[in-house]
Design a protein around this ligand. Structure first.
Ligand code: GDP
Ligand code: IMO
Ligand code: MG
Length: 427
């Protein structure tokens, strides 16, 4: 009954796609449990590069069944174009399962996301503009549209009417936009119904039966711990729970079933969008991390903000997710620095603070306290074992492990599947 959760331990883009793909060959199901096409997961297989947004990264492993769970928000046009894009490249996507309870990102949710950000001006969150927040808001407000609603035209019409009643008031009276016609939305959504039908399933039942049959199930998080609506840097967060508990609610699997929780941790830190980021760099080191690490958003093409590793955040991720392991990624990007600063604690209003403050104002004032670790200059991209790494790289990994509170069980030394050092096996 091995059920593993794999999630981002920082602000997203830690390399979850690569890690999931790596495990894909040895698992039976890979399940997305939250988020939507705000995610951008890059997977490199041989000389082929794939950018996945909504589909679980396990889709590239032929033996693996990809599942979109009930906690995900689904833009049908994005899903269908992602599927056909993969089909054109020879990837078989026929095994995909889509929860009938997943909520649909409608065109008006996308519009509301964009106009709200514009309205917020300087105070904007810097969302991906994909309609994520408004779709989850509709879900919680009980005016959302679910995948199953596509198969009952009169229900769909009633639900879209109910949702647009209020939204059209907002759009026309507050945001000075044109009203959105109910019929047009219903027609667009119905056009997706038959194309999606082959994939729609009772995914909760399928996954629980799979676990009973001793199949290996991997839950793949989108975004990251510090973007979690409850545990992240609110309000500069996404509107779902990427943290480990989200896997249970977002897939309908009980917490007693989860055997391992793996935090994907970048060897430095990045963030896209607005919000506090204590170790952010505004100098040539930040530029170099961006350039060498290729830190440009997969979804929006925005430059990622870059900074040194923050152990306070890693410890926090261990705590709120109950992490059993870390997968440290992008260690190769740090090759060439003489000294590598690592944030070990914060200074907040003159006091040393070891743990992430719960107060948002305190976090905004947090100044990193750095320890300098000696760097290395040898190329590490061919390293296959921990012992292949230069001594200073080994010490860097050991220091991070010590500070972060969970064993580092794998290390990424390049974007490819095989550019990985496996220390402890995950399954
Ligand atoms: P995700 O959103 O967590 O799946 O991460 P992204 O795909 O958005 O960003 C991670 C980027 O780092 C991608 O371009 C990956 O191909 C790349 N990557 C992942 N692991 C490694 C690694 O160990 N070394 C290097 N150099 N690149 C990596
Ligand atoms: P992956 O899965 C990094 C950020 C956005 C914004 C905030 C809210 O590739 O790690 P949203 O559109 O979700 O309402 O935006 O969250 N964000 C991400 N940042 N990686 C992601 O996904 C992200 N998904 C959302 O930039 O700051
Ligand atoms: Mg990403």
């Amino acid at each position: 009954m091995p059920a593993l959760v794999l999630l981002g331990a920082q602000w997203g883009d830690e390399g979850k796609g690569k890690a999931t793909d790596l495990l894909g060959g040895s698992v039976d199901y890979v399940v997305r449990y939250q988020g939507g096409n705000n995610a951008g997961h890059t997977v490199v297989v041989g000389d082929q590069k794939y950018a996945l947004h909504l589909l679980p990264s396990g889709i590239l492993s032929p033996g693996c069944t990809p599942v979109i769970g009930n906690g995900v928000v689904v833009d049908p046009s994005v899903l269908l174009s992602e599927l056909s894009g993969l089909n054109e490249r020879g990837v078989d996507t026929s095994k995909l399962l889509l929860s009938g309870n997943a909520h649909i990102i409608t065109p008006y949710n996308v519009t509301v996301d964009k106009v709200t950000e514009r309205f917020l001006g300087k105070r904007k969150i810097g969302t991906t503009g994909r309609g994520i927040g408004p779709t989850y808001a509709d879900k919680i407000n009980r005016v959302g549209i679910r995948v199953q609603d596509l198969y009952d035209e009169s229900i769909l019409l009633q639900k879209v009417e109910a949702a647009l009643d209020v939204k059209n008031q907002l759009l026309t009276k507050l945001y000075n936009r044109r009203a959105i016609a109910v019929d047009q939305v219903v027609e667009e959504l119905l056009a997706y119904a038959e194309k999606l039908r082959p994939y729609v399933a009772d995914t909760v039942l399928v996954l629980n039966q799979a676990l009973e049959d001793d199949k290996v199930v991997l839950f793949e998080g989108g975004q990251g711990t510090l973007l979690d609506i409850d545990h992240g840097t609110y309000p500069f967060v996404t509107s779902s729970n990427p943290t480990a508990g989200g896997a249970c609610t977002g897939a309908g699997v009980g917490p007693t079933k989860i055997s391992r929780v793996i935090g994907i941790l970048k060897a430095y830190t990045t963030r896209v969008g607005a919000g506090p980021f204590p170790t952010e760099l505004f100098d040539e080191d930040g530029e170099a991390l961006r350039r060498i690490g290729g830190e440009v958003g997969v979804t929006t093409g925005r430059d990622r903000r870059c900074g040194w590793f923050d152990a306070v955040i890693a410890r926090y991720a261990t705590r709120v997710n109950g992490l059993t392991d870390f997968f440290l990624t992008k260690l190769d990007v740090l090759t060439g620095w003489e000294q590598i600063p690592v944030c070990v604690a914060y200074e907040i209003d003159g006091k040393r603070v070891e743990e992430l403050p719960y107060s948002q104002s305190d976090f905004h004032h947090a100044k990193p306290i750095y320890e300098n670790l000696p760097g290395w200059s040898e190329d590490i991209t061919k390293a296959k074992t921990f012992e292949d790494l230069p001594k200073n790289a080994q010490d860097y990994v050991k220091a991070l492990e010590e500070m972060s509170g969970a064993p580092i069980s794998a290390i990424g030394v390049g974007p490819g599947r095989d550019e990985t050092i496996q220390i402890n096996s995950f399954i």
